[in-house]
Design a protein around this ligand. Structure first.
Ligand code: ADP
Ligand code: MG
Length: 222
């Protein structure tokens, strides 16, 4: 369902070249869960951006749901993300002027879907934020914001869920609840789950673990 083939990515910053991906390859069938591990700075977040079409690789291909992602226009890639991909970013990208409910409802509103408000409320309840629907992001804790971001990323029941350290800012109990939701949707919807984590216990819950090292992905056994 998603396949990376020999992906290369080098950033240029302040006149220096920073090689990040150097022949990264990975094939993930529909419904599988995969953990990506690797030290800070190894390129895990960049890898997720490439997978979701938010960053264009220098070379190599990403095939998602049968289409070569980077051969599409940026509008087509945005449509694919809106319809089929849920991304939980490391920094939450919530809209400060919108309540939790409206942040979560936004993707459904934008896509012209029905009952955005009640679906947002259902998702927020599922992540334990029934009492926080009317709060603005700056009136919520880091963990609460992370759960709003999760609810927003998953409200459209995407076939691919991509999460960048989804439990990184959470206490262990909340982290477990967030992980539970990801794995429930993985099972219920046969949705593919790709998550980056530093937590060995969370990585172990995935069917497969791969390590990003020197720009390449290798299967590991925990
Ligand atoms: P990780 O998520 O594994 O910590 P990142 O993908 O965030 O790693 O970053 C990989 C490397 O690329 C780091 O050295 C980082 O400083 C660099 N980097 C990330 N984004 C950019 C960017 N937009 N421009 C230049 N360098 C970047
Ligand atoms: Mg990162």
């Amino acid at each position: 369902m998603i396949e990376l083939n020999q992906v290369h990515l080098t950033y240029s910053a302040a006149g220096r070249q920073v090689p990040v991906l150097a022949g990264a390859s990975l094939a993930v069938p529909q419904g599988e869960s995969v953990a990506i591990i690797g030290p800070s700075g190894s390129g895990k977040s960049s890898l997720l951006l490439v997978m979701t079409g938010l960053e264009t690789p220098d070379s190599g291909t990403v095939t998602f749901d049968g289409v070569s992602l980077h051969e599409q226009s940026s509008d087509t890639r945005a449509d694919l993300r809106r319809d089929k991909i849920g991304i939980v970013f490391q920094n939450f990208h919530l809209i400060p002027s919108l309540t939790a409910r409206d942040n979560v409802a936004l993707p459904v509103d934008i896509a012209g879907g029905d009952s955005a408000r009640s679906r947002a409320e259902a998702m927020l309840s599922r992540v334990g934020l029934a009492e926080r629907m009317d709060h603005y992001p700056n009136a919520m804790s880091g963990g609460e914001r992370q759960r709003v971001a999760l609810a927003r990323a998953l409200i459209h029941q995407p076939m691919l869920m991509v999460a960048d350290e989804p439990t990184g800012n959470l206490d262990s109990q909340t982290g477990e609840a967030v992980a539970d939701l990801l794995f429930e949707l993985n099972q219920e919807n046969d949705a593919t789950l790709i998550l980056v984590t530093h937590d060995p216990a969370l990585a172990a819950r995935c069917e497969r673990q791969v390590r990003l090292h020197e720009g390449q992905l290798k299967s590991v056994t925990l």
